[in-house]
Design a protein around this ligand. Structure first.
Ligand SMILES: O=C(O)CCC(=O)C(=O)O
Ligand SMILES: [Fe+2]
Length: 425
């Protein structure tokens, strides 16, 4: 496993054979087929999307629970924890889907950077500068501390759709890659030096989703049922893919008292506890309490290197609360319909603060956010998401940890001030 972790760190992906044991393949295929049927019934537009995917947790039932149990298996969850280099009780699943083939031949994807975002059938990294901050900050964090999130594709039928550029998760996009991605004729062809990930039934690839990758040819010719999972660690870094997309109550799929229930309840608790830490950080910022602020940050992201990414991601959450408040309108106690854990968390966080406090949070985190905008709406090749005026790649000059913390804490800039711990400089 050491060897695999080293491979993941240097190449950005590792292929593992027989993640699904051959004797379990038929049963898993059948359980997953039921999930896909459930998704199809619940979503009438499903068969018109060029990249259809189904949610495992939303569509398992007592007979097909094996599909969810697989997300807790030692070959998936266990391996993820070992590759993340964290104990299993500090790792949780964040998403569980099945990638499927469309039943029709889709048109070529639109160019990247549309108003609504970027079709993942274009070459991309799963990084959105408007939500995640500039790539450089994320790279610095992960190179120093290792990834905090890993993604899987586990093929139930032969699958060679995913391409990756080995090593690109450790660097910015090169000039040669960028011009390849921008050129219309070759935009839909492999980037030089890329690799096709060839999976036999039961094989899986685990990858750092900052890697430059491509969901190449979605077509009806070949059946695709590829399990797509995400796992993240807690207490090492605060990854850009920190959200939990599983529906609230996912643990209820398992009967009380079962080991699976215990594990899934712990997953939720990891998120809940992190959410309390984030609330504490925001309260400390409002109170200009440097000590509590830095203690909270250290809980979220113990290593001192790579903290800039963590602060940027926190500023995104602080500003999202405002947006959320507008959506909630006057009905601040009304409950939403089925929601993901991340939706629930954002809503709860909004409800925990008064309007005045949300305004003040916006004032504190606003300057950090403004410093990340360059006043030019555009899209840079290789990123997911829409056009935006946020910086895509480089951390803008003049942004420092110290300066950011002082804005957030609402104090005058005093280098080396009493509440600014040395390891944050
Ligand atoms: O289809 C795949 O394997 C890749 C999909 C992908 O990259 C994405 O949805 O972000
Ligand atoms: Fe992707």
């Amino acid at each position: 496993m050491e060897n695999k972790r080293a491979q993941l760190q240097s190449n950005g992906y590792v292929i593992l054979r027989q993640v699904v044991a051959p004797e379990q393949l038929d049963q898993l295929r059948s359980d997953i087929e039921t999930v896909v049927k459930g998704q199809r019934v619940s979503d009438p537009a499903w068969d018109t999307t060029s990249q259809p995917r189904a949610s495992i947790v939303n569509h398992v039932n007592v007979d097909t629970l094996g599909a969810f149990e697989f997300v807790l298996h030692k070959h998936t969850y266990g391996v993820s924890a070992r590759l993340l280099d964290r104990p299993q009780n500090a790792v949780a699943a964040t998403s569980a889907e099945v990638l499927c083939n469309p039943e029709f031949t889709p048109d070529n994807p639109q160019r990247p950077g549309q108003g609504w975002g970027t079709d993942p059938r274009n070459w991309h990294r799963d990084v959105r500068p408007d939500r995640d901050g500039p790539l450089d900050a994320l790279l610095e964090d992960q190179i120093a501390n290792g990834p905090g999130y890993l993604q899987w594709n586990i093929a139930l039928y032969e699958d060679s759709i995913l391409y990756v550029v080995p090593g690109s998760h450790r660097r910015l996009t090169t000039q040669a890659e960028a011009s390849h991605l921008l050129c219309d004729q070759v935009r839909l062809t492999p980037v030089p030096e890329s690799q096709c990930v060839e999976l036999e039934p039961g094989d899986g690839v685990i990858y750092n989703n900052m890697i430059l990758h491509w969901g190449s040819k979605y077509s009806p010719q070949k059946k695709r049922r590829t399990i797509h999972l995400g796992y993240r660690s807690f207490g090492r870094i605060f990854p850009h893919q920190s959200q939990n997309y599983l529906p609230v109550g996912f643990w209820n799929r398992f009967a009380e008292g079962t080991p699976e229930r215990c594990v899934t309840e712990r997953w939720f608790e990891l998120f809940r506890s992190e959410f309390r830490t984030i609330e504490g950080i925001f309260r400390a910022a409002l109170a200009s309490d440097g000590e509590r602020f830095f203690a909270g940050i250290t809980r979220l992201h113990p290593p001192s290197k790579g903290l800039l990414a963590c602060l940027i991601l926190l500023s995104k959450i602080a500003l999202a609360l405002e947006e959320r408040r507008c959506q909630l309108g006057d009905d601040r106690v009304g409950a939403d319909a089925v929601q993901s854990v991340c939706e629930w968390q954002l809503r709860e966080l909004t409800l925990h603060f008064s309007d005045e406090e949300l305004d003040q949070l916006r004032q504190r985190f606003g300057p950090v956010d403004e410093a990340l905008q360059i006043g030019l709406h555009r899209h840079v090749a290789g990123f997911i998401g829409p056009t935006t005026n946020y910086e895509f790649e480089k951390i803008p000059k003049g942004i420092t940890m110290e300066g950011m913390c002082e804005e957030i804490l609402g104090r005058q800039r005093k280098p080396g001030g009493p509440n600014f711990p040395d390891n944050f400089a």
